[in-house]
Design a protein around this ligand. Structure first.
Ligand code: PFF
Length: 469
């Protein structure tokens, strides 16, 4: 359909909302707070912000530049330079598959909690943690919600990511901000909230290990949708007038501010209720309902609105993940959009069933020492995305001509990009080395060594067979 003359974004704001829609997702509101809790609070946030500023932003600029330069999605963009690089794009497609092996499960939880807000969840605040545990450990319920969630993704992507999702983003992103601010204000004003603020903003570096760095780096990539070709794909639809560095900056700022807001919304309440900060994936589903329950009748509305916002944030991200795979199948495998979407979604659904059941019926089944959910999560977030980002940096710094990059980032000299030299040196020398160091430190510190080795092996195998891909 749109294979020849490539589609462009309707407007600047449309592109920013689509890219920010991809970036702002479960990573910000669900994952960032619980990772912060698990990794000791303020120190994790400082390292995370460092990763965003010095690595994430530069990689996003590079992804936009490569995408717009080639007008091709990830695999094609790499391949257009050299078939030896195809594997880096394919690694991205694989990452999209694996992230979609658990993301829709959590998206389904968010949907379920919209319904639960109205059906008595808030009436018994003490029972909230148990309700969550019983729900995700169940069989039929989380699976049904996951399938509904995935079906909505299929519905949207099968029609092309057109006006609908962009428009939704334009309305719902501001709504998300407003809701988070209201919830944060409510949390901060609870008695005993100060400890939460302190936990967030008073870094205690004694808790930092190699793993903290890897967790922060992986989260930076995950949250900004980097290291897997998503922003290459989105950049490929950009017109030549757009300024890439400033757009990347705006998307990065939006993403980071939502993550911090989510932290501020959650931790004061958590400490006020005397709960454990390191309770993992359930954090947002356990702390916030208890906060909403404190609000009286109106809490039901806030709860529903919050989980609707979480669902929407997730949706605009998972749509982009599905699109990465579909774009590959259409561009490189010459498939039609609809069969590509349906086929991809079926595989993703199977992965999600395994992930969901790993919280209950299949909790005994372990791959490299972890359940399916954690397997997909750790593999992508701790290994694939960071390595994918490193490959992109090496590719951009050493294989794309410097003049071409300058041309792309200054719109052929029409707009200034004063930081070009700094950016270029970061991409070419600093970032590959930094990611390399963090990856090695992380591998040495991580408990799941065999999983790390397995992940790296996949990358090596892909690299060896890249000519056949
Ligand atoms: N950035 C999304 C989030 O924070 O939830 C997740 C994601 C979307 C990761 C798209 C990677 C991607 F390509």
């Amino acid at each position: 359909m749109e294979q020849k003359g490539r589609e462009n974004w309707g407007s600047r704001i449309g592109f920013i909302m689509a890219a920010a829609g991809s970036a702002v997702g479960l990573g910000n509101i669900w994952r960032f707070p619980y990772l912060t809790g698990e990794n000791g609070g303020g120190a994790f946030i400082v390292i995370y912000l460092g990763c965003i500023i010095f690595i994430g932003l530069s990689i996003m600029i590079a992804e936009f530049a490569v995408g717009r330069r080639t007008s091709l999605a990830a695999v094609g963009a790499y391949k257009s330079y050299s078939s030896r690089w195809t594997f880096a794009g394919v690694l991205g497609v694989l990452s999209a598959f694996f992230i979609m092996g658990f993301y829709p499960v959590v998206g389904g939880w968010a949907m379920a909690y919209i319904a639960k807000s109205f059906t008595g969840l808030l009436a018994a605040p003490e029972a909230v943690p148990d309700v969550f545990g019983a729900f995700i450990g169940g069989t039929a319920q989380p699976l049904i919600w996951m399938v509904i969630y995935l079906a909505i993704n299929v519905f949207i992507v099968a029609r092309g990511v057109a006006g609908g999702i962009e428009k939704a983003g334009k309305i719902l992103m501001p709504m998300l901000y407003i809701l988070l601010i209201i919830v944060a204000v409510k949390g901060i004003t609870l008695p005993g909230a100060g400890a939460g603020i302190e936990f967030l903003f008073k870094p205690d570096f004694s808790k930092v290990t190699g793993q903290t760095f890897l967790a922060a780096l992986g989260q930076a990539f995950f949250s900004l949708s980097l290291g897997m070709g998503c922003m290459i794909t989105y950049g490929s639809y950009l017109n030549k007038q757009e300024k890439l560095p400033s757009n990347a900056l705006i998307v990065t700022l939006m993403d980071t501010s939502v993550a911090l807001l989510a932290g501020i919304a959650m931790f004061p309440a958590l400490f006020a209720f005397g709960m454990e900060p390191s309770q993992g994936a359930g954090l947002v589903f356990v702390v916030l309902p208890q906060l909403f329950a404190q609000m009286g009748g109106i809490g039901v509305i806030f709860s529903a609105m919050f989980f609707i916002a979480l669902f929407i944030a997730a949706l605009t991200s998972s749509v982009s993940l599905l699109e990465v795979v579909v774009a590959y199948l259409m561009d490189q495998r010459k498939m039609e959009r609809k069969p590509a979407v349906y086929g991809t979604a079926v595989v993703m659904a199977v992965l999600c069933i395994l992930s969901s059941l790993s919280m209950g019926a299949l909790s005994g089944v372990k791959l490299f020492g972890v359940g399916f959910f954690d397997f997909f999560d750790i593999l992508t977030d701790k290994i694939f995305l960071a390595i994918g980002g490193m490959l992109l940096a090496i590719f951009t710094g050493w294989f794309v001509k410097k003049e071409d990059l300058k041309d792309e980032l200054t719109n052929s000299g029409a707009v200034p990009f004063g930081l070009f030299e700094i950016w270029y040196n970061l991409i070419k020398y600093v970032i590959p080395v930094l990611i390399g160091i963090v990856a090695i430190m992380g591998i040495m510190a991580i408990e799941q060594t065999s999983l790390m080795i397995f992940g790296l092996l996949i990358i090596v195998v892909l690299a060896i067979f890249s000519n056949k891909l």
